[in-house]
Design a protein around this ligand. Structure first.
Ligand code: PLP
Length: 388
């Protein structure tokens, strides 16, 4: 194994987690299908540091954890069976009965559902705050606040949060901050450089990247957070499958090549959409027209391939004809894979702190690896169906 610190990200992604000497020269770690571990020495059965059960993962999960730390930094990475399981693990790590969580209004819907149902049933209150609140969050922090949960950009509506300002306010009260950093794939935004305590990744998206494996991770900034997240992980009995860990690690090796391409195609398509008469506005943080473009430029080093656009009101009627007739864009509820996806999202928006006042149909795109000119031609034909 090599010292990773001095390399650029592309190189780290190729090197991280590899240990050929340990695996008879094999480039990739083996998949152990294991539950029981045989322990020859009775002294090792209880109370030692040795691994005694495969629930916590074997070589391939270890390699994936090391690769994730190489990308995002932090003290450790704890794997979860899906991105949503990583979100709920992070929330449970900080939640306290009788406490209150401050959660950004534009978080991923199922994260919100977990807060509003499961956490509520266990006596944890959730207060949603407007994604543009920034340092104003100080007014919401009180003695019962047990954590702040951010997602930037927000799901479906793509607001960029002022993470450093929120972290600074939370720090003064000793309140931990969690960030769902999935959109950036851990590449374009570095939560730990901004003082975040727990970073969440839905590795199902860009890291696995091929629409065939679920995986999630919680990365901890410091050993205390590793310990707390690990204890909760153990209590919940979470396990990341070795096959899916392998697929995710395999995806990670080509992450930058895919992201570079998907990111470049996405901004090209976003600019093209901005010029279309059928389009009311485009929500891509990399466009100067995005309301939070300045914040994005300050804190992010790039943009992935997921963004949204709204149709002009008069073009709302034929949206289904447009959506169902695409040759390249498919409708599907995920993103970050090699294939381009489109979904209408207006019906799926749940906002209470900052309700959406605009009723124009909102569509989310996940730009894949197809040639951008082909994708633009597909969208162009879609707009013809819209106008028909
Ligand atoms: C921002 C965000 N976080 C978490 C998740 C959950 O990931 P998974 O589908 O792996 O459960 C998603 C899925 O769409 C997401 O968009």
């Amino acid at each position: 194994m090599t010292d990773q610190g001095r390399y650029r990200l592309e190189t780290k992604l190729v090197q991280a987690g590899r240990d050929a000497a340990r695996f008879e020269g094999a480039v990739n770690p083996p998949i152990h299908r294991a539950t029981t571990l045989i322990i020859p020495d009775a002294d090792d059965l209880y109370g030692t540091q040795k691994k005694t059960y495969a629930l916590e993962g074997m070589a391939v999960q270890e390699a994936l954890r090391r690769a994730l730390i190489a990308i995002e930094g932090g003290d450790d990475a704890i794997l979860a069976p899906s991105g949503l399981a990583a979100c709920t693990l992070a929330l449970l790590t900080v939640a306290k009965a009788g406490g209150e969580l401050l959660v950004s209004d534009s978080v991923y819907g199922p994260t919100r559902r977990f807060c509003d149902t499961t956490l509520k049933a266990f006596g944890v209150h959730t207060c949603y705050f407007s994604p543009d609140l920034g340092e104003g969050i100080a007014a919401l922090l009180h003695d019962k606040t047990c954590g702040v949960f951010l997602e930037s950009p927000g799901s479906l509506t793509f607001e960029i949060l002022d993470t450093p300002a929120i972290v600074a306010a939370a720090r003064t009260r000793g309140v931990p901050v969690i960030a769902d950093n999935t959109w950036s794939a851990g590449v374009y935004f570095k939560p730990f450089e901004h003082g975040v305590d727990l970073s969440v990744q839905a590795l199902t998206k860009y890291q696995a990247g091929h629409a065939d494996a679920f995986m999630g991770a919680v990365l901890a900034a410091a050993p205390e957070w590793t310990r707390r997240a690990r204890d909760m992980h153990k209590n919940l009995g979470l396990h990341a499958s070795p096959d899916d860990a392998y697929m995710t690690l395999r995806g990670l090796r080509s992450l930058m090549v895919r992201l570079d391409r998907q990111s470049a195609s996405a901004i090209t398509i976003a600019r093209w959409l901005e010029q279309r008469p059928e389009v009311a506005f485009v929500l891509h943080p990399g466009l100067p027209s995005h309301p939070d473009h300045t914040l994005w430029k300050r804190d992010f080093s790039g943009a992935s391939g997921v963004f949204a656009f709204a149709l002009q009101r008069e073009h709302g009627g034929n949206v289904h004809a447009m959506l169902e007739g695409f040759a390249l864009f498919s409708m599907g509820f995920s993103w970050g894979g090699f294939e381009s996806l489109i979904v209408p999202t207006s019906d799926n928006l749940r906002r209470t702190a900052a309700p959406r006042r605009d009723d124009r149909p909102l569509l989310r795109l996940s730009i894949g690896l197809e040639h951008p000119d082909d994708l633009i031609a597909d969208l162009d034909a879609g707009f013809a169906r819209l106008r028909a």
